[in-house]
Design a protein around this ligand. Sequence first.
Ligand SMILES: C[S@@+](CC[C@H](N)C(=O)[O-])C[C@H]1O[C@@H](n2cnc3c(N)ncnc32)[C@H](O)[C@@H]1O
Length: 216
Amino acid sequence: MKHESQSHRESDRISLVDVKQTYRRYASVYDILFGWVLQDGRDQLLAAINRLSPRSILEMGVGTGLLLPHYPKEARVVGVDISDEMLAHARARIQRHGLASVSLQQCDCEHLDYADGTFDCVVLPYVLSVTPDPQALLKEALRLCRTGGMVVIVNHFSGAPLWHALERLASPLAAKIGFRSTFSFDDVFAAHQSSIEAVKRANLFGLSKLVLLRSR
Ligand SMILES: C[S@@+](CC[C@H](N)C(=O)[O-])C[C@H]1O[C@@H](n2cnc3c(N)ncnc32)[C@H](O)[C@@H]1O
């Protein structure tokens, strides 16, 4: 029998159709609902990326493009998302800010067409726990990042025992809004321990973490 923390529970399963439906619904209000509340994690992620000074960046799950105006100006940036509605907002943001070095692509980030090691830096802001197969996404991020480059992740992970109990209660509802509430850091990174360069707490109560993975 599989332990519950080793495999996602039935209620936590998310398909790509669920992702598209969820973000079709949220696109017009996403920045209002999740802009400020998750901003501390984005700010920490941006600080880490600015220290790395990458020449090329891939953002998986770019959404409405909240991070796009803040990446290093000299970097070539590709933003990928499955949701047309979220991408429409990202496109408008690119125009508003005149971001000539940013391009967008609509497709599934778990399976991209780029060659191995195409990007200096691969960024996953709040996408790992909402994609259908988090391990597949992580594998693709590491494949696309050049050797010695960095995969930078910010995401919610299951918390301390009290929080864990509350999160499990909220899980069926959370899955419906495309969000795995029971998402263990140890399970997600079990196979990548040796690549972890840094882990920092982020957002309210430290419920999110910024994770830097060195690509080898
Ligand atoms: C919670 S939003 C994060 C948006 C943005 N990165 C931010 O900082 O707020 C997650 C985004 O990931 C996208 N997404 C989830 N799974 C995906 C996948 N497998 N391929 C492409 N996009 C995906 C969703 O459509 C959504 O726009």
